[in-house]
Design a protein around this ligand. Structure first.
Ligand code: NAP
Length: 268
């Protein structure tokens, strides 16, 4: 029986078991996907425990995307992003990948939003923003700005990606895409947006990493102002599909991703 799972400090209600359960069923494979809450004092035990308990693959979330780096063999994407979100155990080693950036690319491709030459502003400078910046650079975005409340964190990210610009949340530069990578507006603290409608109106497309609710306050304001809106659900599915491809060394049929998105959309 194949063992998969998600590790994080606090997991709450995660959609990942449903997504991976669906993908395993489609492939006619038997496996389990467990939610594994780990206290931070046990960070150094994660990899030995993964090996000891024969997990083939794990997804990783806050706060372990960065703190597990010293214990794994990172691929080139992980080295460049400085964060991982997928682990695979193979031949006595645990390899690390980042599929969040693949999820970001999938999200915009699916919404038919071209990133080539785009002027993008990200709200927030956390772990997920790093993967998003990497995705936008890879896709040939022309200008990337981080709009943040905490300049220190953004400056750290700027060291990693020197070409990005940093500004406050009150006065955004405008452009093609405004991408919320903060948790602002996420259930249960719904009904709030990190930026006001005047700033939102300076863009053509608004995208949110948050997927619960499907339409956050940020996306609601953006829709009202006439922008194209993109929910974070497709990113979640995109990163999960890529993780499954890595674990099983396979290619997942694109219709399956669509099927899961449609199924989960109905649930919300
Ligand atoms: P993180 O590392 O904790 O970073 C959060 C960022 O948001 C930080 O820059 C933080 O700024 C900023 N922030 C938090 N509250 C804010 C507020 N009230 N106003 C302005 N900025 C605020 O978290 P993360 O891992 O990057 O994840 C961010 C969000 O993306 C979460 O909601 C997560 O669930 C979601 N996510 C979704 C997917 C998906 O597949 N759809 C994948 C990954 C993550 P400070 O430094 O000032 O606190």
């Amino acid at each position: 029986m194949m063992k998969l799972g998600l590790i994080g400090k606090k997991l709450g209600h995660s959609l990942s078991p449903e997504i991976h359960g669906f993908l395993l069923k489609k492939q006619k494979l038997e496996g389990t996907y467990e939610l594994l809450e780990v206290p931070e004092e046990e960070t150094d035990q994660v990899i030995p425990e993964m090996i000891k308990n024969h997990y083939l693959g794990l997804n990783v979330t806050i706060p372990y995307k960065e703190t597990l780096l010293p214990y794994v063999v990172p691929d080139e994407d992980v080295k460049k992003i400085g964060a991982l979100n997928t682990l695979k155990y193979a031949g006595d080693k645990v390899y690390a990948y980042n599929t969040d950036y693949v999820g970001v690319l999938y999200m915009f491709e699916r919404a038919k939003v071209s990133l080539l030459g785009a002027k993008v502003t990200l709200l927030g400078a956390g772990g997920a923003a790093k993967a998003a910046v990497y995705a936008f650079e890879k896709a040939g975005a022309e200008k990337i700005t981080l709009a943040v409340r905490n300049q220190e964190k953004a400056k750290l990210l700027q060291k990693h990606f020197p070409e990005i610009e940093v500004c406050g949340l009150e006065e955004l530069p405008g452009g093609d895409i405004l991408f919320n990578t903060t948790p602002v507006g996420m259930y249960p603290a719904v009904g709030v947006s990190a930026v006001n409608v005047d700033n939102i109106s300076r863009y053509r497309v608004a995208a949110d990493m948050v997927y619960n609710p499907l339409e956050t306050e940020f996306l609601r304001l953006a829709k009202e102002a006439g922008l194209q809106t993109v929910s974070g659900l497709s990113m979640l599915v995109g990163q999960a599909v890529k993780a499954e491809e890595i674990w099983l060394d396979t290619t997942i049929e694109s219709e399956w991703g669509e099927e899961i998105i449609k199924f989960l959309e109905k649930r919300f």
